[in-house]
Unconditional design. Structure first.
Length: 273
């Protein structure tokens, strides 16, 4: 509307000074956790997710490649050595009717961030139609590169078939706590199928998954080992957790639920609801 200024991936130092103006990151910059659309977006729009990188590309192909080459997901948790995430499998960062997710861990100290820029046909056309026009390459790339998925970022471990759709995640010293509705759909088996035919075959199962997304049947909370991704404990919740609505404090786990309740879980006499 002309009244808002969207910062996108503009970095500031701790004194409020802009470290750069162009959207093109310098290789000397350290990657950081950010989202191009905001950390409160809970709609799971396929172009919107959190990422650990130096920049986020625009353009129709930008959102696809960003998640393939830098640790990205619906939720990310960081500690001193590792990035933990829940997000799409790299092959599913594309136009597809099926979306399969994984829980993963990436070594933060050895991961090399990749700066991906979208192939911009509009800028190419500008140069062609207006040959006298000068384009400041420091403010944007007239063309290329067009990245192709050869090999995604390496993971320390990954769970390629988590049994829940993670809406909330928090890390403690040794564990990840993840919470959300159960995932009962195997969308990967229909990745290359005709959508209409698959829907006809799975209509009942899709209805059940839709009901679960709406909160029918509650949700589950899992404790996951940071070391290898194995599930160490499970707990049932009577309602869906609020998106990113979980924190861990002094040995207690606080979970905000969509039905308006706030519960506290932990060891000792004060643990439980």
């Amino acid at each position: 509307d002309g009244k808002n200024i969207y910062m996108r991936s503009m970095p500031f130092d701790k004194k409020g000074n802009r470290r750069r103006i162009t959207h093109i990151a310098k290789e000397t910059e350290t990657p950081h956790l950010f989202s191009p659309t905001g950390f409160l977006d809970n709609h799971w729009f396929h172009r919107s997710y959190w990422t650990y990188a130096r920049s986020f590309p625009g353009g129709w192909i930008g959102h696809l490649n960003a998640g393939r080459y830098n640790p990205s997901g619906r939720l990310l948790v960081l500690d001193k050595s590792t990035i933990y995430g829940y997000g799409r499998k790299p092959a599913y960062y594309k136009w597809t009717t099926s979306l399969e997710y994984r829980l993963f861990a990436v070594d933060k100290n050895t991961h090399t961030p990749k700066d991906i820029y979208a192939y911009d046909y509009f800028k190419v056309a500008q140069v062609k139609n207006f040959p006298k026009m000068k384009i400041d390459r420091s403010l944007g790339l007239p063309y290329g590169p067009r990245p192709k998925l050869k090999k995604s970022y390496a993971c320390k471990w990954e769970d390629t078939s988590p049994s829940l759709l993670v809406l909330a995640m928090v890390g403690t010293k040794d564990s990840l706590f993840v919470a959300g509705p159960k995932d009962i759909m195997d969308e990967q088996s229909y990745f290359h199928s005709n959508a209409a035919k698959a829907y006809a075959q799975l209509k009942g199962e899709l209805k059940s998954q839709s009901d679960i997304w709406k909160g029918k049947g509650g949700a589950v909370l899992h404790s996951v080992s940071k070391k290898d991704g194995t599930t160490t404990a499970k707990h049932t919740l009577d309602a869906l957790p609020v998106f990113d609505g979980m924190i861990a404090v002094e040995g207690k786990l606080f979970v905000s639920l969509a039905n308006g309740r706030l519960i506290c879980l932990g060891a000792g006499p004060r643990g439980g609801n």
